[in-house]
Ligand binder design. Structure first.
Ligand SMILES: [Zn+2]
Length: 62
């Protein structure tokens, strides 16, 4: 799936190991979403600031 935000990256399924939460992330711009149906240009989360907020720094592809 192509990222709607940067139109270059692929949307990948990933998981935050520390908090066991699945999400979808763009491998190019690191926008992310929690549900496939939520993927859109206006409602993405920024990976860096989200992880800072949650105090996590790693995710793994699943
Ligand atoms: Zn992107």
């Amino acid at each position: 799936m192509l990222c709607p935000r940067c139109e270059q990256g692929c949307i990948l399924k990933a998981k935050v190991k520390a908090i066991n939460v699945h999400f979808l992330i763009c491998d190019e711009c690191e926008s992310f979403w929690f549900n496939v149906k939520d993927i859109g240009i206006n409602n993405f989360y920024d990976y860096g600031s989200y992880m800072e907020e949650k105090n996590c720094c790693q995710y793994g592809m699943s």
